[in-house]
Design a protein around this ligand. Structure first.
Ligand SMILES: C[S@@+](CC[C@H](N)C(=O)[O-])C[C@H]1O[C@@H](n2cnc3c(N)ncnc32)[C@H](O)[C@@H]1O
Length: 230
């Protein structure tokens, strides 16, 4: 299984915080409008069959559902999926949440997805190339794969690891392992190996005053990548 149990235990321990907009997932809440904008620049969300892998508490899954997508949200953390399910119920969202490994999900389904979203997950799995290959295997030909992650360099180490976790405390300590960060060129190579053509690489920057996000040509810290299944 391509799951790091230590990571899952860590996500389990913060699961109750997913919908606290001032809590440890504050930055994810703030980033979500930009993510939605980014996805809409590449696909028509309405009526798309979308898989959100490592969906967390469902912050993006609920937004995609609001825009008319048919969403499956998969997460390896049981507590996280429980939170996602109860929040969706409260808000009357019809989302197919699964606490299952991606490998088991692939074995069970008999269809492929129009789009697959994998935001802030790849830096938490043991085998990153396998994750991309598994994603590609269940994406329709011409379908889109959206990823976001953190670049690996001295700037991202200083800001995404040290500042965010230890100085500003905007992300829980120990959330990220620097060695799991991925350079855009490395991610692009993995996508190419998995029959996915790169459409776009986009940097994201954080406003340190209000913690809002905007697009940037600078990909040194956080970035999005979109690709199309061949
Ligand atoms: C940083 S959070 C990102 C959540 C969501 N994608 C977002 O950006 O709003 C990472 C999520 O991935 C889940 N996760 C970690 N490893 C996983 C794996 N191997 N398979 C599925 N989910 C995983 C965690 O439980 C956690 O909810």
């Amino acid at each position: 299984m391509n799951i790091d149990e230590k990571e899952i235990n860590n996500f389990d321990s913060f699961a109750h915080e997913w919908w606290n907009k001032r809590g440890p997932y504050k930055l994810i809440h703030n980033l979500t409008p930009l993510r939605l904008d980014y996805i809409q620049q590449h696909i028509n969300i309405k009526n798309s069959n979308i898989l959100d892998i490592g969906c967390g508490g469902g912050i993006l899954a609920e937004e995609l559902t609001d825009k008319g997508a048919k969403v499956t949200g998969l997460d390896a953390s049981k507590k996280t999926i429980q939170i996602a399910k109860s929040h969706a119920k409260e808000k009357n969202h019809n989302i197919n949440y699964l606490n299952i490994s991606l490998e088991d999900h692939i074995k069970k389904i008999d269809h492929k997805y129009d789009a697959i979203v994998c935001f802030e997950l790849i830096e938490h799995v043991p085998d990153q190339l396998k994750l991309i290959q598994d994603i590609s295997s269940i994406c329709k030909q011409g379908g889109k794969v959206f990823l976001s992650t953190i670049n690996r360099n001295i700037v991202s180490f200083a800001f995404a690891k040290i500042m965010a976790e230890y100085i500003l405390n905007i992300v829980p300590e120990g959330t990220h392992q620097y060695k799991k960060f991925i350079k855009p060129s490395e991610l692009a190579k993995m996508l190419e190996l998995a029959s996915l053509d790169i459409d776009d690489i986009r940097g994201v920057k954080l406003n340190p005053i209000d913690y809002s996000f905007s697009f940037s040509s600078m990909t040194k810290i956080n970035y999005f990548m979109t690709s199309t299944k061949k």
